[in-house]
Design a binder for this molecule. Sequence first.
Ligand SMILES: NC(=O)C1=CN([C@@H]2O[C@H](COP(=O)(O)OP(=O)(O)OC[C@H]3O[C@@H](n4cnc5c(N)ncnc54)[C@H](O)[C@@H]3O)[C@@H](O)[C@H]2O)C=CC1
Ligand SMILES: CC(C)CCC[C@@H](C)[C@H]1CC[C@H]2[C@@H]3[C@H](O)CC4=CC(=O)CC[C@]4(C)[C@H]3CC[C@]12C
Length: 369
Amino acid sequence: MADSAETRKLVYLVTGGCGFLGEHVVRMLLQREPRLYELRVFDLHLGPWLEELKTGPVQVTAIQGDVTQAHEVAAAVAGAHVVIHTAGLVDVFGRASPETIYEVNVQGTKNVIEACVQTGTRFLVYTSSMEVVGPNIKGHPFYRGNEDTPYEAIHRHPYPCSKAQAERLVLEANGRKVHGGLSLVTCALRPTGIYGEGHQIMRDFYHQGLRLGGRLFRAIPASVEHSRVYVGNVAWMHVLVAQELEQRAALMGGQVYFCYDESPYKSYEDFNMEFLGPCGLRLVDTRLLVPYWLLMLLATLNALLQWLLRPLLLYAPLLNPYTLAVANTTFTVSTNKAQRHFGYKPLFSWEDSRTRTIRWVQAVEGSAP
Ligand SMILES: NC(=O)C1=CN([C@@H]2O[C@H](COP(=O)(O)OP(=O)(O)OC[C@H]3O[C@@H](n4cnc5c(N)ncnc54)[C@H](O)[C@@H]3O)[C@@H](O)[C@H]2O)C=CC1
Ligand SMILES: CC(C)CCC[C@@H](C)[C@H]1CC[C@H]2[C@@H]3[C@H](O)CC4=CC(=O)CC[C@]4(C)[C@H]3CC[C@]12C
């Protein structure tokens, strides 16, 4: 592939580029976007790994910044052709206040949209979430659904509410005139639960299993299925969308796409065991010992403790009424919209995704929790 200065002329900005997904998007862009001239990586916390990327043919610009600060966002966006907005506060454990979640996820997204409009950036790709759809507060299953499947999307938790609001803002911004008179083209990608190298919750489960003598205890019935998607494929979808938005603006502008690949439908815990099993953990069946009502009681107690202890310390365990409800509700996606609209095919097979994730968990072994 040609690597001359003439072919390299695009400037991309990735917000949240040092997060779990963001890092994969950044690396994928460097590998798969030959027209890239400059890659701006914007994040509240910059990763030291960015340094090693600065020696390649693409100018990698690290920008320490906050999406809630409109002027910082505008400065980073100015002159970029494409913005991939993955920055977000992913918190379903009560670590951050609802206000902070809204500030980052909703106001941060507003700032990104306004910066595109003011500075003349035409292409915006937003990382939304399956949580925008469900599971809803009624615990209705979403079974093999696609982007058009009717579903009562009612939420109360700040995270899904904020993602839904932000997604709506992004989609409504499609077609707005940007500085210079051209139109903004936007679309939103909705990953299901992402897994792969760098997945913090997988790391937490692994360390918890080690602490429990190599065992994890099943809490959710194996019949509750979840869609999961490999981080490399989610990153690849972002890169493809960004590349195709200009040519296919009429078709893709204002659209949402679930992120999917060949990962099997399984319960959350059984799916994690695909990686943790080969690393020496086993899942002990406790369904008869721990009935659902007891789990709900524990989850509620955790929520109560979190509230009581808040003035003294942050108590934010994985189990709370919201995470229990999500884990205990089937949510599976079956769609080919991304393939039809922009030719997406997963870059990594299930076998590749699995092997890569197992290798990463093995490397995590022994590292501090
Ligand atoms: N992890 C998952 O399973 C899923 C994640 N998503 C979405 O994908 C996106 C990325 O999520 P992850 O990589 O999992 O999370 P992450 O927490 O690893 O990455 C988010 C990044 O955004 C940055 N960030 C947070 N607040 C910021 C601010 N005020 N200004 C600038 N940067 C800020 C963080 O420093 C972090 O590097 C999020 O928008 C999330 O809602 C969607 C579906 C599933
Ligand atoms: C011990 C409990 C019974 C099980 C705990 C598992 C939970 C921590 C996780 C089960 C389902 C996860 C969520 C799901 O994958 C969808 C998500 C999408 C996002 O956009 C952000 C993350 C998450 C909410 C994810 C969070 C952890 C779970 C609730």
